[in-house]
Ligand binder design. Structure first.
Ligand code: ADP
Length: 496
C-alpha cells in the first residue's frame, strides 16, 4: 500500500512537471507569434501573416509553402523549431474570429480569449494543451487578431504511458516481494509465539507442570521474551514450592504444641479433676503452650508481611542513629544483668528509607538472640558506622555459644534452629532471623553473620542511606499524603 501510494504521488508529481514544461513551451510559442505579428497595423490578413510566420511552419499544409534555404534562420529560433513538430499547430484569427492562417488542421475551434492563457483540454480525440492570446498592434494598440496554439502532447502521453507501465510493473513486483518477505517474517515471528502459547496452555491445564519454552537461540526481543517468560514460570514454581513448604513447616511446628496441649488435657481429664497438683501443673503447662502458639502465629504473620514492605511504606524514613540508641536503651532496662556497649561511629544523623517499626523489629530480633544465646559472659556490643558503599552498618556482637560454620547459612531459613530443644526452651520458633532477613532485604539491605563456635557471634546489617535533604523531602511527602488521606477520610465521614 505504501509503495503504491508513493508511486501514485510520484506519478502525479512527474505528470505535473512534464505538463508545466509543455505549458512553458506553448506560452513561449504564443508570445513569439504575438511578437512577430504585433508590428502589423490594422486587422491581420492572411497576406500579412503568412510571410511573418513563413518558414516556421512545417510542410504538409496547403496554404503554407515549404521552408526555403533563405528562411533557415527562422528555424534557428528554438520556439519556431517547436512549431515544426507534428503535434503543435498554430492558428491565427482576425478580430472577428475568422481563421486567416493555420499551420495544420486545428483540432479545436477558438474559444473565448481573455489574455495569454494555456489550459489542458480533453475534447473528442484531442488531449493536450490549448494556448490562446490576443494580438494587439504595436503602433496603435488596437486588437488586430488572435493566436491559438495547440499541442497534442504526443511525447508527453508516450512518456506517461511508459511511466505508468513501469510503475505498475514495479508495484506488482513490490507486492509480490512484500508478500514473500511478509510470509517469511510472519512464520519466523509466529513460531516462537506459538511455542509460548503452547507452554501457557500446558501451564493453564496443569499449574504444577514443569514445562518451559524451548530456548530459541536468537538474540532479539522474542528471544528475551522467552527467557523472561521461563524466568517468570521458574519464579512462580518457586513461589508455589515455598508456599507448600511453608504450610508443611507450619503444620509441623504446630503439631508439637498441639500434642502437648492434648496430653495435658487428657491428663486433666483422667486425673486432674481429683488431683489439684496435676490440675495446677497441667494448666500452667497448657497456658505456656498456648502462649507459645500465639507467639508462633504472630511471627508467621510478621514473616508474611515482611515481603515487599518497601512498596507499602514508600516514603518511610528512619534515623538509624536514634532508633538503635533507643532499642539498646530499652534492652539495658529489660536485661540489667547484661552489659550493653554502644560503639557509635556515625557523625551525623543517618537516614535510611525504612519504616521505623521495622528497623526496631530487626534490632529487637538481633539483640534478643544475643541475649538468648549468650552464656557466661553477659556482654553485648552494638556498633554503628558508615560502610564502604554509601550506607550504614549496624552490628550486634555477643560472646555466647556461637554458630558452627555449617549452620551459619541455615540460621536464616524459616523454622531453622541449631538446637531445637534449647531454642524452644528459650521460647524461640526459628522465625526471628527469617523475618529480619526478609525485612532488611525488602529495603535493599543485607544481613550476614560471622561466628566462632563457643566464642560468640556478630550479626551485621547493611542498609543504603539517603541524604538529610532527601529524608526531609520524603517526610514532607508523607505528611501531605497523610493530610490528604485524612481529608478524604473526613470527607467520607461527613458524607456518611
Ligand atoms: P529463634 O527464635 O529460634 O531464635 P532465629 O531465627 O532468631 O530463631 O534464630 C535461628 C537459630 O539461629 C536459633 O535457633 C539459634 O540456634 C541460632 N542463633 C541465632 N542467633 C544466635 C546467636 N546470637 N548466637 C548463637 N546462635 C544463634
Amino acid at each position: 500500500m505504501t509503495f503504491v501510494t508513493f508511486s501514485m504521488i510520484l506519478y502525479g508529481a512527474m505528470r505535473q512537471i512534464l505538463v508545466n514544461q509543455e505549458r512553458r513551451t506553448v506560452t513561449d510559442t504564443l508570445n513569439t507569434v504575438v511578437q512577430r505579428l504585433s508590428p502589423v497595423s490594422g486587422d491581420l490578413t492572411m497576406a500579412q501573416v503568412v510571410p511573418r510566420l513563413e518558414g516556421a511552419m512545417p510542410s504538409g499544409q496547403a496554404s503554407i509553402p515549404a521552408p526555403s534555404e533563405s528562411q533557415n534562420r527562422i528555424f534557428s529560433d528554438s520556439v519556431i523549431q517547436k512549431l515544426a513538430q507534428a503535434d503543435v499547430s498554430v492558428s491565427v484569427f482576425s478580430p472577428d474570429r475568422t481563421n486567416i492562417f493555420q499551420s495544420r488542421d486545428t483540432p479545436i475551434t477558438l474559444g473565448k480569449v481573455h489574455g495569454v492563457e494555456v489550459q489542458e483540454a480533453n475534447i473528442d480525440d484531442f488531449h493536450g494543451l490549448v494556448g490562446t492570446a490576443p494580438i494587439y498592434s504595436a503602433t496603435s494598440s488596437d486588437l488586430i487578431g488572435y493566436v491559438q496554439v495547440t499541442d497534442k502532447l504526443t511525447a508527453f502521453h508516450a512518456t506517461m504511458h511508459e511511466i505508468t507501465l513501469l510503475i505498475m510493473g514495479l508495484s506488482f513486483a513490490a507486492i509480490l516481494i512484500s508478500i514473500l518477505i511478509g510470509y517469511a517474517l510472519a512464520t519466523r515471528f509466529l513460531k516462537p509465539i506459538k511455542l509460548i502459547t503452547n507452554a501457557i496452555d500446558v501451564v493453564n491445564e496443569e499449574p504444577q507442570s514443569t514445562v518451559r519454552i524451548p530456548a530459541l537461540k536468537r538474540n532479539d526481543e522474542l528471544g528475551d521474551l522467552v527467557l523472561e517468560f521461563n524466568g517468570m514460570l521458574d519464579r512462580i514454581q518457586r513461589y508455589i514450592d515455598q508456599q507448600g513448604e511453608f504450610v508443611q513447616d507450619v503444620s509441623h511446628e504446630l503439631r508439637t504444641p498441639v500434642a502437648i496441649l492434648e496430653g495435658h488435657l487428657q491428663l486433666l481429664n483422667r486425673w486432674g479433676k481429683d488431683d489439684p497438683e496435676v490440675l495446677a501443673e497441667s494448666l500452667t503447662a497448657s497456658l505456656q503452650e498456648v502462649t507459645r502458639m500465639k507467639s508462633l502465629i504472630q511471627e508467621m504473620l510478621d514473616l508474611t508481611r515482611a515481603d515487599q514492605v518497601d512498596i507499602q511504606f514508600p516514603n518511610a524514613v528512619v534515623d538509624v542513629h536514634q532508633t538503635v540508641q533507643q532499642v539498646v536503651g530499652d534492652f539495658r532496662m529489660i536485661h540489667p544483668e547484661f552489659t550493653f556497649t554502644l560503639d557509635d561511629d556515625l557523625e551525623q544523623k543517618t537516614f535510611v528509607r525504612m519504616y521505623r517499626n521495622h528497623l526496631e523489629q530487626v534490632m529487637i530480633i538481633l539483640l534478643d538472640n544475643a541475649v538468648k544465646y549468650s552464656t557466661d559472659r553477659k556482654e553485648i556490643h552494638v556498633s554503628m558506622a558508615e560502610n564502604s558503599v554509601s550506607g550504614v552498618a549496624v552490628a550486634v556482637q555477643d560472646f555466647g555459644e556461637g554458630i558452627a560454620e555449617a549452620d551459619r547459612r541455615r540460621v536464616f531459613n524459616r523454622f531453622y534452629r541449631v538446637d531445637k530443644a534449647r531454642s524452644r526452651e528459650k521460647g524461640g520458633n526459628g522465625l526471628g532471623l527469617s523475618i529480619a532477613q526478609q525485612l532488611v532485604e525488602s529495603y535493599h539491605g543485607q544481613i550476614e553473620v560471622d561466628s566462632a563456635l563457643g566464642h560468640g557471634s556478630i550479626f551485621r546489617i547493611d542498609l543504603p542511606t539517603i541524604t538529610e535533604a532527601k529524608a526531609q523531602a520524603l517526610a514532607a511527602q508523607e505528611t501531605t499524603k497523610r493530610a490528604e488521606a485524612g481529608k478524604t477520610d473526613t470527607h467520607i465521614k461527613s458524607n456518611l
